[in-house]
Design a protein around this ligand. Structure first.
Ligand SMILES: Cc1cc2nc3c(=O)[nH]c(=O)nc-3n(C[C@H](O)[C@H](O)[C@H](O)COP(=O)(O)OP(=O)(O)OC[C@H]3O[C@@H](n4cnc5c(N)ncnc54)[C@H](O)[C@@H]3O)c2cc1C
Length: 292
């Protein structure tokens, strides 16, 4: 068996790879161990490709994903300081690991990354952020791979990004990025602890969730609109709206993705009816409905 075949599994349940712990199987689940292996896979495979980081911002439907899912969770884990205030981070590094690296190398402000459970690949795709900062604020360049398996270096000017949204210049996936932090700032362990405590107080961190389900519409907080619609605690099957933070949906009783999707729709309809506001999902809903 070649290394490439060894790193592929068939019918891999994606519930194992998502923080909501739901999702049917991927036809092929590929965990590349190098750029050349990834490139070879893309060149030799013309099927549908879906990329997965830590699975903390996706709802994978119960029918799973046709084609191949590429996971960077185990490999692409390097992070290094290349100049004072500049680091190079591969996409399998977690946001928490980046924050810890920043504390050790006098880089900042990077404490906000510590509470985001995703990978740097996911953070680049979502423009993840919180506490007044977001990922693309620090990007100096990105290394990407295209559908043909060719690798490119791109500048941030080639992307258009805004609140939780990034538009790519062509279909691509991220492999690594260089990040520049302002020389005068640092990140301290005390800051990380402070942000962790404030999150523990406000968010249901010990539960199976995907973080905030909806983006904040202009001029509103999604959680506030959901709370004022009396939806805290509202349940569909194995999932319900968190009592602690109304923009979180908790899977507490082996929910299906279909339960979660129905609850999302119910929240959107109720908020629209009460306040006339459309809630757009921050979480990405992917895959096939289970037709059985
Ligand atoms: C408890 C909790 C708290 C959270 N708090 C925050 C927060 O404060 N701020 C915030 O912004 N988010 C937050 N999130 C959401 C989530 O962690 C972020 O959106 C994160 O950036 C997603 O990263 P991921 O690796 O899990 O991506 P995934 O969920 O695996 O993927 C998300 C999307 O990115 C794509 N993708 C992943 N890697 C790549 C790549 N290398 N190249 C191209 N596309 C790729 C996927 O195809 C998918 O479309 C929270 C989630 C949880 C569970």
């Amino acid at each position: 068996m070649t290394q490439l075949q060894e790193n592929c599994t068939q019918n891999e349940p994606l519930a194992r790879h998502t923080s909501w712990k739901v999702g049917g199987p991927a036809d092929i689940f590929f965990t590349p161990s190098s750029r050349s292996e990834l490139s070879q896979f893309l060149k030799s495979n013309d099927g549908i490709i879906t990329w997965l980081g830590n699975g903390t911002n996706v709802l994978v439907r119960d029918g799973g994903i046709r084609g191949s899912v590429i996971s960077t969770k185990k490999f692409f884990k390097q992070i290094e300081l290349i100049e004072e205030s500049i680091c190079r981070v591969e996409v399998g590094v977690s946001c928490f690991e980046l924050a810890m690296f920043a504390t050790k190398n006098s880089l900042g402000p990077a404490a906000f990354f510590s509470g985001i459970p995703g990978s740097i690949g996911g953070a680049l795709t979502m423009n993840a952020g919180c506490f007044g900062h977001e990922t693309w604020e620090f990007i100096k360049s990105v290394e990407v791979i295209d559908r043909k398996g060719d690798i490119h270096q791109l500048d941030p000017e080639e992307f258009s990004y805004s609140y939780r949204s990034v538009k790519f210049p062509f279909p691509l996936w991220f492999l690594s990025c260089e990040m520049t932090f302002p020389g005068r700032e640092v990140t301290t362990i005390e800051e990380l602890r402070g942000l962790r405590d404030s999150r523990i107080e406000r968010q249901p961190l010990n539960e199976s969730t995907c973080g905030s389900v909806f983006k904040n519409p202009k001029g509103h907080h999604a959680g506030d609109l959901i709370e004022r619609s009396d939806l805290k605690g509202y349940r569909v099957g194995g999932c319900f709206v968190s009592e602690k933070h109304a923009n979180f949906i908790i899977n507490d009783k082996e929910a299906t993705a279909s339960n979660i999707e129905k609850l999302i729709k119910h929240i959107q309809d109720t908020v629209k009816e009460r306040f006339g506001v459309d809630l757009e999902t921050e979480v990405r809903i992917i895959g096939e409905h289970d037709e059985r």
